[in-house]
Design a protein around this ligand. Structure first.
Ligand code: MEV
Length: 311
């Protein structure tokens, strides 16, 4: 049996604008993982693959899974890379990452699967190759992905990322506590990315100006993370949220959680990921995140989590 895992992720600043070439900052969430386990099915003919993924409700032989299902796609892409297996394969996937929440569950499952299958078949792929296979699958999740999710999940490092220059891993001057609250409203990234694309086609200048403002704020955030200026990060999160509201990717429930976190003392808060549902992130003023988590739950969050990020 061969096992591999990959973390969830969270975008600190710059979602959506990153699809249009501006930079964004994302961090891995090492405590929230997807795990893939691969073993031989000796009695089965080669290349027959059985998938068991109860957390994402997939169970059966690969050919029974819809052709454009991301799990099927990632397994087939990996087998194209490694060549067909000598035996049938049993592929088991478990994930603790909430789905369609902005936490990178799709990318984490893809990266864990690429690594487990390729290692099982004796082909260790480079991180670059792992990330690019996961990127192909992100197209099913996102439509027109920027590549940030597969990158941060593969390298498991905080990254400053722009499509043209690629990932620039960096270490924050000090680790940050970050509180996450899930609205419980599933929001497929592909749909929200599509809404923004239609708005951009209709009003390119207005949208480009918002993307520019987000891009410049991301640059300031990078400097603040490198120099440990925490308070300004809170302000930047609030400004980024205002710009995401202007892109019309926010929602009532997201605003309710953001207000609750701020009322409980958060220095700043914003949606994270595609928006319209999914998660909010909030920056506590110190190491105590309990009051913010409690306020998020009181305001209706179905799940809360505190991570130390950027260490
Ligand atoms: C999704 O995690 C982030 C988006 O910017 C889409 C992308 O970058 O592919 C909304």
């Amino acid at each position: 049996m061969t096992q591999a895992s990959a973390p969830g992720k969270c975008i600190l600043f710059g979602e959506h604008a990153v699809v249009y070439g501006r930079p964004a900052i994302a961090i891995p969430l090492p405590g929230l993982r997807a795990t893939a386990r691969v073993s031989d099915l000796p009695s089965s003919p080669p290349a027959r693959v059985r998938i068991e993924a109860p957390d994402i409700r997939v169970n059966g032989w690969i050919e029974e899974v819809p052709f454009n299902d991301p799990l099927r796609r990632v397994i087939e892409l990996t087998l194209q890379e490694t060549g067909p297996p000598p035996n049938g394969l049993h592929v088991d996937v478990r994930s603790k990452i909430p789905i369609a929440s902005g936490l990178g569950s799709g990318a984490a499952v893809s990266v864990a699967l690429v690594r487990a299958i390729s290692r099982h078949l004796g082909a260790e792929l480079t991180n670059e190759r792992v990330s690019s296979l996961a990127f192909e699958v992100e197209k099913l999740h996102h439509g027109t992905p920027s590549g940030i999710d597969n990158t941060v999940v593969t390298y498991e490092r905080a990254v400053y990322y722009a499509q043209e220059s690629g990932p620039e891993p960096f270490q924050f001057s000090k680790a940050l506590p970050l509180v996450i609250g899930d609205t419980g409203v599933g929001s497929p990234t592909r749909e929200v990315v599509g809404l923004v694309r239609r708005a951009w086609q209709q009003e390119p200048e207005a949208l480009e100006s918002i993307f520019d403002q987000i891009g410049s704020l991301v640059g300031t955030a990078r400097e603040a993370l490198l120099s440990g200026r925490i308070r300004i990060l809170g302000e930047l999160m609030d400004r980024n949220q205002t710009l995401l509201e202007a892109l019309d990717v926010s929602a009532e429930m997201l605003r309710a959680l953001i207000s609750a976190a701020k009322a409980a003392g958060a220095l700043g808060a914003k949606l994270s990921g595609a928006g319209r549902g999914g998660i909010v992130i909030a920056l506590p003023p110190g190491p105590q995140s309990g009051p913010i988590e409690a306020a998020l739950r009181d305001a209706g969050a179905v799940w809360t989590y505190t991570a130390e990020v950027g260490a």
